[in-house]
Ligand binder design. Structure first.
Ligand SMILES: Nc1ncnc2c1ncn2[C@@H]1O[C@H](COP(=O)(O)OP(=O)(O)OP(=O)(O)O)[C@@H](O)[C@H]1O
Length: 296
């Protein structure tokens, strides 16, 4: 009898280990990327897998067959999308660096000299406006914008932001003046970025530079755009797909201070919560002891 109880406990523990291993695998998958869309895909695949298991258990053969095929397709697509992350994962696995696999990929924002960023952007925009130099600047206010949100991601610069550099980029004699400049924290990440054009009826009367500012801020919420018109020298701000123009230089500073002033170096939103292993192991122990006392 004692032997039988032991076998049962071992089987129960193995099932627990099995569930833990699957949870660990899901956790590692979610840790591989901080990209929101990839995480949504991983979540979608997990749901598919759950539905597939449920349909199998319920004996829904046709549904299970379709879900299985879908799952294979989705897994292949995910492997292609996550190719660099998977390579890194396999490298770490090969090195035996197992502990680091359990750490979520935490990228931390570098300290931002907010005041100087505001100052540099403000001065550059006013100067561009006075010289009637057309400009389009997209500024991130939260999580990094995915390159796939741009029509063309442009040329990567990753240079420290300065009014001189902004000014130089938008001179019509430079190769990079066409398109938008992307600002992330205190850096000019890229230039010559082509943004999606807004298709809103209200935007039809407006030129393409302004429509591009409306288009990207409509699609991506964690950013705003500053537009300087080449024709009139007027300054406009686009946010959530809405254009505010013309705005005065004092209003520009106000907006920059509101949008970037409170923007302190914060960690990137951790899409993967830190796992409470202690809680999990104590719950598991309690469960096992409860189960064995029930058997007695
Ligand atoms: N989709 C886009 N993404 C980024 N920049 C763009 C895009 N479309 C146009 N531009 C920029 O806008 C410039 C053309 O501006 P256009 O005259 O058509 O617009 P506008 O809104 O009337 O601006 P302006 O008042 O400066 O003339 C292009 O040379 C290019 O630099």
């Amino acid at each position: 009898m004692q032997w039988f109880t032991n076998i049962n406990t071992i089987a129960f523990m193995l099932r627990g280990v099995d569930i833990l291993a699957v949870l660990g695998l899901i956790y590692i998958m979610l840790s591989l990327s901080n990209d929101r869309r990839t995480l949504l895909m991983v979540r979608g695949i997990i749901f598919l897998a759950i539905f597939s298991v449920v349909s199998d258990r319920l004996g829904l053969r046709l549904l299970n067959f379709i879900l299985d095929k879908l799952l294979i397709g989705a897994a292949v697509a995910l492997a292609v999308i996550l190719q660099p992350e998977l390579r890194r994962f396999l490298e770490r696995l090969g090195r035996g660096d197992l502990l680091s696999l359990l750490q979520p990929t935490a990228s931390w924002r570098s300290p931002v000299e907010t005041d100087s960023v505001i100052e540099e952007i403000n001065d550059a925009v006013i100067e561009l406006s006075q010289n009637r130099t057309g400009a389009l600047i997209i500024i991130e206010t939260g999580e990094p914008i995915d390159d796939r949100d741009f029509s063309v991601p442009g040329v990567r610069l990753n240079a420290l932001l300065s009014k001189e550099l902004l000014h130089t980029i938008f001179q019509t004699t430079t190769l990079l003046h066409d398109g938008a400049v992307l600002v992330r924290e205190d850096r000019i990440l890229a230039a010559g970025v082509i943004l999606p054009i807004s298709e809103k009826a209200a935007s039809r009367e407006i030129g393409t530079r302004h429509r591009a500012a409306m288009g990207i801020t409509d699609r991506v919420r964690n950013c705003f755009c500053i537009v300087v018109s080449e024709e009139t020298g007027s300054i406009a701000i686009a946010e959530s797909g809405i254009l505010d123009r013309p705005i005065t230089s004092s209003r520009l500073r106000e907006i920059l201070e509101t949008k970037l002033g409170n923007y302190r170096p914060t960690p990137l939103r951790r899409t993967v919560p830190t796992f409470n292993w202690q809680w999990l192991s104590s719950s598991f122990k309690n469960m096992v002891s409860r189960k064995s006392s029930e058997k007695k």
